[in-house]
Design a protein around this ligand. Sequence first.
Ligand SMILES: [Zn+2]
Length: 463
Amino acid sequence: MVRRKSYQISRLLHHDYLFVVKRAPALAKTGQAGSNRAMRDALLQEIDRSRDELAAFTADLIRFPTVNPPGDAYGPCCAFLGERLGRQGFAVEHIRAEGTPGDSDRYPRLNVVARREGGRPGPTVHFNSHIDVVEPGEDWTMDPFAGIVRDGRVYGRGACDMKGGLAASVIAVEAFLRVFPDFPGAIEISGTADEESGGFGGVAYLARQGYFSKPRVDHVIIPEPLNKDRICLGHRGVWWAEIETKGEIAHGSMPFLGDCAVRHMGAVLDAFERELFPALDARRTTMPVVPPGARRSTLNLNSIHGGQTDDFRPGLPSPNVPDWCRLTIDRRFLLEERLEDVKGEVAAILDRLKRERRKFDYEIRDVMEVQPTMTDRSAPVVQAVAEAIREVFDREPDYVISPGTYDQKHVARIGGLFDCIAYGPGILDLAHRPDEWVGIDDMVESAKVMAIGLDLLLHGHAA
Ligand SMILES: [Zn+2]
């Protein structure tokens, strides 16, 4: 089952993942004069006044159990967000990503994209948040979908990743519209599906329809929980693959008559332990990946299955020599590495085993490929948000790279838009954990950063 699903994804997107890092153009200095000090202060006061509303809105969003898989409650959550933005004068579109993985009448892959045109020409700034959350799992001390506001925090699945960020961006934009009703350009806010399962029914689908390309959009901010004073420039690369060793079936009492695919896989694992893991561990990157432990090449062995499984006879092992064994690997690689070399070093180990072990044979299949991406620090959106962080926190931002990927890959690869970052409230380590929460102060402060960033991108640099 899992295998078939991964093939589907592979077929759909295999080649789409190959993209290159391009340098973004430097921030245009020719923008209109920045807003003045008094208006900037008014903007920050508007956000301070919205504090309770921000907490309540986050809690409301959490109450939609948008768990993915299977992709529940997307419709009501999109409708709720769309209605709110519609009241603010946004033109709201609801888009179903028909035919993408997981899409069905029961679990439609629904997205909402809202656009508010300004009074005069100018750039478009897009805030993109995924509305899906991972399943709550065990060990919660509260209802994960109650949206509890307590002790300066909002609790619930998705509070941190990333409904808090979505709410902060909406509050930031609403405050901006109150202070600057006659702004230039356009503002977009989207709530998209399926980021947690690869974004195929979300940003990838929308990017194919032109929603994340120029001239429609110029700057994209994804409010993922990377901490309020950090700018996330991109992510490491991914190569997921399935390795299968071949064997020959025989009676389990006479294994010498067959050929054990599981033992062959054992040899693969042994070679990985002795050669590959130490080599990857020693390979460092200049990308500022957080946490620092991920500032190197990594490999996870996701799953291993072999032989005549006991799926249909629970608890009863098969009395046969296994004639197949499959291993799924998740290799995260660096800007300094080339995907073909990443693949080649695994193939070299398998080819050597083929020479060394009698009857050893294997097959290797790509499941997913994502090139690493890192937005240039001189890109306009990076400069604007960095300046906003300096203004709100009176310190230099940290520039980080995410250890895992997120929807930026689709914006870059499919949309061809490289002026994109992740910036949002919430502590990255809390994502996907029990009793997930987001701090209300953090949301307020990051809403201020987003609003100032928006002001700088639309009005040009402040004096
Ligand atoms: Zn997320």
